[in-house]
Structure formats: structure tokens, C-alpha cells
Write a protein that binds this ligand. Structure first.
Ligand code: DOR
Length: 302
């Protein structure tokens, strides 16, 4: 049985990744599961300098999903290379590094620094809804997506993935901008801009007012957007948004996603990624499917 999928220069042993921001840099997550079993891991978004993130509260649960306003807390690109990357190098798993610059130059600066052994891919984060500079402000502007991707591609040999925001009216245009800029793949969706209000104080729950919604609530939206992105570009699309079972993952792949990423579910069930891989395997056995690539884009529309 073949579970391998190819994304740019990356040959993933299976199409299931852990999404950025849902397991830090792998250490904590590595205590729960065998990281070697994953197709890839995408590490927490990095910035040029260490970043403290937003004031608390940073997460808030709703009956249908989770809101976060983490604000890209991270130790900075240098500390990642020095302290975190050596740990990941010991694993036989593709490492994709999410970078979140505040300017085009910052994206290029980080991508260049990360063009080193142990890093397999770069995920350009133009979709964080929780920062005042950069983030989603870039991702809603196709010209910015194009320019950032182009500059990053100039300085790295690694596979370049652009992580898109769902907070746009036409995801196809954004995916195409990434493709035109030279991206090897796009990944979507990042979180949907939302908010919550404390009715006693009548204040927004989050200091930033807006936060990112994730979890099962966003799955149908994510699936629709992946479907649209697949139709807009020729490069691979990595699907994510509310995946919590192998059935969810298969929906994304049937819609055309070449790989999927699991995010919020990791907090609920740390074994989720492994269960999804196992579930896909069993589905393939039951349905006599030899190659995972037969499933990708197999949607039957009358
Ligand atoms: O919802 C998100 N939260 N998306 C990101 O890209 C980053 C993260 C954060 O740190 O706020």
C-alpha cells in the first residue's frame, strides 16, 4: 500500500501533518506520540526576534470550537535554530517551519537563515488574525502574497508553502497569487476571525477584540475553500480546518487536498494524528485502494 505523497521537493511518508501552533516545537508532543509516524510536522510560527505574544486570556472555548489570540508567541528564529532544531533533527520526519514576518524583508531574512540542514520546508504565514503588523493583513492582499512568496523563493532551496487566510471573499485569487509568486504548495485554512463578549463586563473576551476560530465549527468552510483553491491552482493544496477524524481527513483529500494537517484536535486528543493515519489505512484496505493518490481529487460531482 502506498501512502506517500509528493509536495514540491518533499516526499511525505503519509499525507498527515501536525499543524503549526498545535504542538510547539515537538518536545511536548513527542511525549505523547511517535513523531516518526507523521508525514510532517509544522512548527510554531517564528518571528525575527523573540515575541511574548498577546496578553491573557489567549484561548476561549465555545460550544462549537476554540478561539485563540496567542499573538505568535515564540523564541525567535535564532533560538529555534540553536535550541529546538537539533531535537527535531533526530527524527525521521519532514520538518516544515512556519515563518511570520512583519515585512517582506523579514520573511526573506528568516527563510534565508532557515535554508539549512534539518529544515525541509518553509510555510509562509500570511494568515495570523492576532497580530497588529503583518499576519492576515498580508494574506487578504494578493499582491502582498505574490511579493512575499517571490522574495522567499529567491533565498531558499526548500519547499515553500503559503498558508492562506479564510478571511477573504475569493480564496482562488489568493492561492493563484501564491502560485504565481513561485510557491510549491498552499495550505489552508488558518483560523477564521471571530470574537466573544463577556456579558457581565460587556467587554470583549480578548484584548485584541478579534481572535481566530478553529475546531469542528470551521470544517465545512475549510472544506469548501480547499475545494475552491484546488480548482484555482496546479500546485498541491494542503487542507486543514477542524479535522478530527480520518473521515474528515478523507473528505479534504477527496476534495483535492494532497495532504492534510491536524490542529485543534491535538489539544483534545493528542493521539489524533496517529488515529487519522491508521483510519486512512483501514479505509484503503476496505475499499481495495492501493495508492493514496487515487483518493486525492476523486470527488464525483454530477
Ligand atoms: O490562529 C492563529 N493563531 N493563527 C496563526 O497563524 C498564529 C496563531 C497565533 O499565534 O496567534
Amino acid at each position: 500500500m502506498n501512502l506517500q505523497v509528493v509536495i514540491g521537493k518533499l516526499k511525505l511518508k503519509n499525507p498527515v501533518m501536525a499543524a503549526s501552533g498545535t504542538f510547539g516545537f515537538g518536545r511536548e508532543y513527542g511525549e505523547y506520540i511517535d513523531l516518526n509516524q507523521l508525514g510532517a510536522i509544522v512548527v510554531k510560527g517564528l518571528t525575527v526576534k523573540p515575541k511574548e505574544g498577546n496578553p491573557p486570556p489567549r484561548v476561549y472555548e465555545t460550544p462549537c470550537g476554540m478561539l485563540n489570540s496567542v499573538g505568535l508567541q515564540n523564541p525567535g528564529v535564532d533560538a529555534f535554530i540553536e535550541k529546538e532544531l537539533p531535537f527535531l533533527r533526530d527524527y525521521d520526519v519532514a520538518v516544515i517551519v512556519n515563518i511570520a514576518g512583519e515585512t517582506i524583508e523579514e520573511f526573506a531574512y528568516m527563510a534565508k537563515k532557515l535554508d539549512i540542514d534539518g529544515v525541509d520546508g518553509i510555510e509562509i504565514n500570511v494568515s495570523c488574525p492576532n497580530v497588529k503588523k503583518g499576519g492576515m493583513a498580508f494574506g487578504i492582499n494578493p499582491e502582498d502574497i505574490f511579493n512575499i512568496t517571490k522574495e522567499v523563493k529567491k533565498v531558499t532551496q526548500k519547499t515553500v508553502i503559503v498558508k492562506l487566510t479564510p478571511n477573504v471573499t475569493d480564496i482562488g485569487v489568493c492561492a493563484k497569487a501564491a502560485e504565481d509568486g513561485g510557491a510549491d504548495a498552499v495550505s489552508l485554512i488558518n483560523t477564521i476571525a471571530g470574537m466573544a463578549i463577556d456579558i457581565d463586563t460587556r467587554k470583549p473576551v480578548f484584548k485584541n477584540v478579534i481572535a481566530g476560530l478553529s475546531g469542528p465549527a470551521i470544517k465545512p468552510i475549510a472544506l469548501r475553500m480547499v475545494y475552491e483553491a484546488v480548482r484555482a491552482v496546479k500546485i498541491p493544496v494542503i487542507g486543514m480546518g477542524g479535522i478530527s477524524s480520518f473521515k474528515d481527513a478523507l473528505e479534504f483529500m477527496i476534495a483535492g487536498a494532497k495532504a492534510v494537517a491536524i490542529g485543534t484536535c491535538n489539544f483534545v486528543n493528542p493521539n489524533c494524528t496517529i488515529e487519522v493515519i491508521e483510519g486512512i489505512r483501514q479505509y484503503m484496505v476496505l475499499n481495495n485502494i492501493e495508492d493514496i493518490n487515487e483518493i486525492i481529487g476523486s470527488l464525483k460531482v454530477d
